[in-house]
Design a protein around this ligand. Structure first.
Ligand code: 4G0
Length: 234
C-alpha cells in the first residue's frame, strides 16, 4: 500500500516509520510511506501556509492554496488516482476503530492530511477531503502524530505486515472484549506467582479462565462494550 502524508512537520514521524514492525514492512516493500511538506507548495513569498480566520477569533487556519496544490500534485492524474481516499485527521472526525482500519487496509493507496493550529479552511474539507477521522477525544498541537497512529493501525491489518512474533487474533477488540492478563517466565518473581491454571496444561480450563478474565476486566473498565450488539448482552 502507498500512503502519502501531507504535513508541515514530516520530521516528527520519519523515524517512527523506519522502526520496528512498520520499518520492516517498509523495507519489505509491503508499505510505501511518502512524507510531503505542505510548505513546499506555498506560493507565498514568505512560504506562509496559514492566515487569520474571517469573522475573527484566536489562532490561525491553514489556507487553501498550498493544500490544494499539494494534494493535486501528490495524487497525480492517472485515472485510478481519482478514487484515492483523502483523509483529514481532526478532533471532530469519525472515531477511529479497528473496523475502520480493516476497511482502509483494503485500499491500494491513501492520502493523509494533517492540519495544525485551529484547523484548515472549510473549502479544503468540502472539495478535497473524502473522509475525516479522529484518533480520540483529545486535541493535539497538530495532526501529524494522529496520521502516524492511523498508519500504524491500518498497516497491522495488511496481510504480511505482522510477523510470527505478533498476531491479529489475540489482540484487544478483535472479539470486542479487553485482553486477558499474560505471564512469562519466571513462575515466581519477587514473590509474585503466575496463576496456577496457566501452568496446568489444561487448555480447556485455560481458555475458560482467559475468557472470564476478559469479561471481568471489560465490565470494570469498559462496561459499554459488554452491552454492544456484537456481544449479545454478555
Ligand atoms: C484540526 C487530530 C486539526 C482541528 C488533530 C486541531 C487531535 C486529533 C487539529 C484542530 C489534532 C485527533 C480544532 C484544535 C490538529 N488533534 N483527535 N490537532 N482543532 O484525531
Amino acid at each position: 500500500m502507498q500512503i502519502d502524508i501531507l504535513t508541515l512537520f514530516p520530521e516528527m514521524v520519519s523515524g517512527f516509520f523506519a522502526e520496528s514492525i512498520l520499518g520492516r514492512a517498509v523495507k519489505n516493500g509491503i508499505l510505501d510511506i511518502r512524507l510531503h511538506n505542505i510548505r513546499d507548495w506555498s506560493a507565498d513569498k514568505h512560504k506562509r501556509v496559514d492566515d487569520r480566520p474571517f469573522g475573527g477569533g484566536a489562532g490561525m487556519l491553514m489556507t487553501p492554496q498550498p493544500v490544494f496544490d499539494a494534494v493535486e500534485c501528490v495524487r497525480g492524474n492517472a485515472p485510478e488516482d481519482a478514487g484515492t481516499p483523502v483523509i483529514y485527521l481532526c478532533p471532530d472526525g469519525e472515531p477511529l476503530t479497528n473496523d475502520i482500519a480493516r476497511e482502509l487496509a483494503t485500499e491500494k493507496r491513501l492520502i493523509l492530511l494533517s492540519g495544525h493550529y485551529e484547523g484548515i479552511d472549510q473549502r479544503i474539507r468540502d472539495a478535497l477531503v473524502t473522509r475525516e477521522i479522529s484518533i480520540g477525544d483529545y486535541v493535539l498541537t497538530n495532526g501529524t502524530i494522529a496520521a502516524a497512529v492511523l498508519v500504524d493501525c491500518v498497516a497491522r491489518q495488511i496481510p504480511g505486515v505482522l510477523g510470527e512474533e505478533n498476531s491479529l487474533t489475540s489482540d484487544s477488540f478483535n472479539d470486542k472484549l479487553l485482553s486477558f492478563p499474560q505471564f512469562t517466565r519466571p513462575e515466581v518473581f519477587r514473590e509474585m506467582s503466575v496463576p496456577p491454571v496457566l501452568l496446568s496444561g489444561n487448555h480447556a480450563e485455560i481458555q475458560r479462565w482467559r475468557r472470564e478474565q476478559q469479561i471481568i476486566k471489560t465490565r470494570a473498565r469498559r462496561p459499554e462494550l459488554l452491552i454492544s450488539k456484537e456481544n449479545n448482552q454478555l
